[in-house]
Design a protein around this ligand. Structure first.
Ligand code: MN
Length: 403
């Protein structure tokens, strides 16, 4: 029996002692770095005496930035210390719990300063489906580079928002009959993705073998996408305003160390990898995602279906000399599986709007309507039969602003 009085704090629950993700909460007195225990937030400041002097700066910070910069040794020490503390039978002196459920008392904030943000395109099923829809006459579903490198683009870090933040329907230019038209997007979509939060020393040309020193943790990402704006603007330089208006990230970052039992081999490549992408045993994560549209689960993508590992993505991203710095974020790309009910975006799920989805209230949807809410969650197997959770990434669509 632990001193944490929370029925959701058990090995069978996604936020039991096997998970311990970090976030930042505000209970009315400014931002506090916290660890999530079940449905509660435990501010590190409230247990600083038990954490010790070396972790004081991390515990007193108003964001995860100092923790990200501190590096793997500190990450390991803090996690071990927290695990000991929360599974102990008695509370450390002076410890207080803040209930997460009382939203009026605790608000979760964007937990770190997002540096550079890169979005990849690592799901073969997603890339092939997009190929089928947009280039139906092409002889190859994939571009010739796709099987050799993790395709990606630099996104907009300034509009990365924390889960729970509303998303205003963006305006933009799209193709019309007889020329482009301007107005609110008519094809607002989601992309269910897995994001990796970077930390440790600033580095360039990170070899695969060193990737873990720069990978702090994992969070769900929703890469909101305006498909009509995207389709008109994307050639020849790729995504721009169709995606830069908002990218949501879960409020709690689950440390990479929590996924030791969830590592699985990535899909075998069809060509040998070039040297800098050769990984002894490339590993992915056995994460099972769920996408809920206004309360109806419409898809269950599996992260196991991705074709490049996070270490390969990081190695590729820095191989040209570009640096990785604490707070950088990179996301996997839409997670889609081979089956229809495993597609990670509504473009694929409704086949560009031709096959509407019926929600449990009887309404049908192709793309997002104003007022719609999308919640993405994920779990992975943990040690000894436990379950490791990724915090939800949720967002509600607000009507376009009047111009
Ligand atoms: Mn994306």
């Amino acid at each position: 029996m632990t001193w944490v009085d929370d029925p959701a704090f058990g090995a069978e629950h996604p936020f039991g002692p096997q998970t311990l993700p970090y976030g930042v909460v505000d209970a009315g007195e400014g931002p506090l770095v916290a660890v999530r225990v079940g449905d509660h937030a435990l501010p590190l400041r409230s247990i600083e005496a038990a954490l010790g002097e070396e972790l004081r700066a991390v515990a007193w910070a108003g964001s995860l930035d100092p923790l990200l910069a501190a590096g793997r040794t500190v990450w390991t020490t803090l996690r071990a210390r927290l695990r000991e503390l929360v599974t102990a039978t008695a509370a450390p002196r002076g410890a207080t719990l803040l209930p997460l459920t009382a939203r009026s008392e605790v608000r979760t904030l964007l937990p770190f300063t997002v540096g550079d943000y890169v979005d990849f395109y690592c799901s073969r099923h997603h890339a092939e489906n997009v190929g089928r829809m947009f280039r139906p006459d092409a002889t190859n579903l994939l571009m010739p580079n796709w099987t050799h490198l993790p395709v990606g683009y630099h996104g907009r870090s300034g509009t990365v928002i924390v889960s729970g933040t509303d998303v205003v329907r963006p305006h933009g230019q799209r193709r019309g009959n007889g020329g482009p038209v301007f107005g609110p997007t008519e094809r607002l979509d989601v992309e269910a993705e897995v994001g990796f939060v970077c930390g440790g020393p600033t580095a360039r040309r990170v070899p695969i073998a060193d990737a873990a020193d720069h990978l702090f943790g994992v969070a769900l990402v929703n890469d909101w996408s305006a498909r009509d704006i995207q389709a008109w603007e994307y050639q020849p330089l790729g995504p721009f305003l169709g995606k830069s208006f908002a990218t949501s990230i879960g409020a709690w970052i689950t440390p990479l160390d929590a996924f030791a039992a969830a590592r699985i081999p990535v899909v075998e490549p069809e060509h040998p990898r070039l040297d800098y992408l050769v990984e002894d045993q490339p590993w992915g994560l056995d994460l099972r995602l769920e996408i809920e549209w206004n309360g109806t689960v419409v898809s269950r993508p599996r992260f196991a279906d991705m074709s490049f590992s996070c270490a390969q993505q990081l190695a590729h991203m820095t191989v040209n000399g570009a640096t990785v710095r604490p707070g950088d974020l990179f996301a996997s790309g839409t997670v889609s599986g081979p089956e229809k009910e495993q597609r990670g975006c509504f473009l694929e799920l409704t086949w560009a709007g031709r096959e509407p989805v019926t929600l449990k209230d009887g309404q049908t949807r192709t793309f997002l309507a104003d007022g719609d809410t999308v919640v993405i969650t994920a779990t992975a197997p943990g040690e000894d039969g436990s379950v490791v959770g990724l915090a939800e990434v949720a967002g509600t669509v607000l009507p376009a602003e009047v111009t």
